[in-house]
Design a protein around this ligand. Structure first.
Ligand code: GLV
Ligand code: GLV
Length: 305
């Protein structure tokens, strides 16, 4: 059986996959184009995919009727046309839970870097600008007694809430049942943890941004298109909100150029789950999902019934 891996993954996962069949790993140090992807998957029984791969019916057809599983090495699977794959009898799996703490940690890192101006201070020193300590120098915002609004109270949202409570913050949630408008009105920090779906695309648009406090911060570690990035730049330039911490972008790897110019924006290149430990766990979990399906068992993390 042929197992196609679309990008380099930790060796431990390859060891598990090689026990199942012939493993082919893309040696391009970049995402494959759609054409290259279709070529690469030909004859595959399993595809181990990354969040930058668009896996749709055409890719499944290019693989062939023997394709049985697509194991996405990510918790989000907005890059996969799940109905098209299910229709073709292909199981789709993701990697929940193992990246919850790493992503919550990075969310808090962005929150602290933003509210305490850590990235801005680092830039100031590297620019070798003169400075001296004084009581009004580079003041940030404290977190204690402030309200964190979590949009998407899943595993990651709850893990961020636990950290916020340890910092003395009050936490409010919005999900399917609690309205987002109430949260936007009261939150000092709004953090996004909902998956990207047709309903959450541009959930944070110009209207939502104008509903936020002028002193509030926005953090996004889920998927870029949940925020209208151009509207966000407008809102920041108009001082409608106080700042933004972004790990994900609407058109990765591109970043809205106006955001790059702003000191009250902290940016990281999609690093939410990027620790050695977590990335190894994610790849191993994807391999375990492939093994379960190819061995005729139940997948560990199916994203559909
Ligand atoms: C990363 O963004 C993931 O969905 O795992
Ligand atoms: C998404 O999977 C979340 O846990 O919030």
């Amino acid at each position: 059986m042929r197992i196609v891996v679309t990008r380099r993954v930790p060796e431990a996962a390859l060891v598990e996959l090689r026990a199942l069949g012939e493993v082919v790993v893309s040696d391009a140090d970049r995402p494959l184009t759609q054409e290259e992807l279709q070529e690469a998957v030909a004859g595959a029984s399993a595809i181990v995919s990354m969040l930058h791969d668009r896996i749709d019916g055409a890719v499944a057809d290019a693989a062939g009727p023997q394709l049985r599983v697509v194991a996405n090495v990510a918790v989000g699977y907005d890059n996969i046309d799940v109905p098209a794959l299910v229709e073709r009898g292909v199981v789709v799996t993701n990697t929940p839970d193992v990246l919850t703490d790493a992503t919550a940690d990075l969310t808090f890192g962005l929150l602290l870097a933003l509210t305490r101006r850590i990235a801005e201070g680092d830039r100031l020193l590297r620019a070798r600008k003169p400075w001296s300590f004084h009581l009004g120098f580079m003041l940030g915002s404290g977190l204690q007694g402030k309200t964190l609004g979590i949009i998407g109270p899943g595993q990651i949202g709850k893990a961020v809430a636990r950290r916020a409570e340890a910092f003395g913050m009050r936490v409010v949630y919005s999900g399917r049942s609690q309205p987002k408008e109430d949260l936007l009105r009261v939150a000092d920090v709004v953090s996004l943890h909902c998956p990207l779906t047709p309903e959450t695309r541009h959930l944070i648009d110009a209207k939502a941004l104008s509903a936020m406090k002028h002193t509030a911060f926005l953090i996004n570690t889920t998927r870029g298109p949940v925020v209208d990035e151009s509207a966000l730049a407008d809102a920041l330039l108009a001082n409608e909100i106080a700042g933004a911490g972004l790990d994900v972008f609407e058109r990765e790897p591109e970043v809205e150029p106006r955001l790059l110019e702003l000191n009250n924006v902290v940016l990281t290149p999609h690093l939410g789950s990027a620790t050695v430990e977590t990335r190894t766990e994610m790849a191993l979990l994807a391999a375990r999902n492939v093994a379960a399906v190819l061995n005729g068992g139940e997948p560990v993390n199916p994203v559909h019934r």
